[in-house]
Design a protein around this ligand. Structure first.
Ligand SMILES: [Zn+2]
Length: 157
């Protein structure tokens, strides 16, 4: 017997929970708007990944566009489980906040590099992030020259 969705009266399928439900739709719509990706109604889950993956020529492993789509799925899933097992209501705004907050934490933990935002530097303020362009050849401030072979070491301890 099929289960009923945790957010509405529909049958709970993967496609419904992650893409078609009103709750999932609202979450996706929020991030699609930020990244300028048009919503394709009725898009299958696997195609939603490809839509994000091929939405920019700069997308490679770890790019913000792939991270966002994975986080959206993850937090929809945890919200669904919170309803089912903990009776915590499912709020699209909470899922959206969790995605934003996780992006901010990943940035704070220095897990993002400049390349991960390539093509989307203008979107960092949406996540409370300021990226600093890496210096091609950072100045070296400390030098150490090895002593000549004849030098004597003075033990100052
Ligand atoms: Zn539903």
């Amino acid at each position: 017997m099929a289960s009923q969705c945790q957010c509405c009266s529909e049958i709970e399928t993967i496609q419904h929970v992650f893409i078609d439900s009103p709750m999932a739709h609202q979450v996706w719509q929020h991030f699609l708007a930020i990244f300028g990706i048009s919503l394709k109604v009725g898009e299958m889950l696997q195609h939603r990944f490809q839509t994000w993956r091929f939405s920019s020529q700069f997308v490679k492993g770890g790019h913000i566009r792939t991270i966002i789509s994975l986080l959206v799925l993850w937090f929809i899933w945890t919200a669904r489980n919170d309803v089912k097992h903990r009776r915590i209501s499912m709020e699209p705004s909470r899922i959206i906040w969790r995605v934003h907050h996780t992006i901010f934490l990943l940035h704070t933990g220095k897990l993002f590099q400049f390349v991960h935002w390539h093509g989307n530097f203008d979107l960092t303020p949406h996540f409370g992030i300021t990226l600093i362009s890496p210096t091609p050849n950072p100045p070296t401030l400390v030098y150490w020259y090895s002593p000549s072979v004849e030098s004597a070491k003075i033990n100052t301890d």
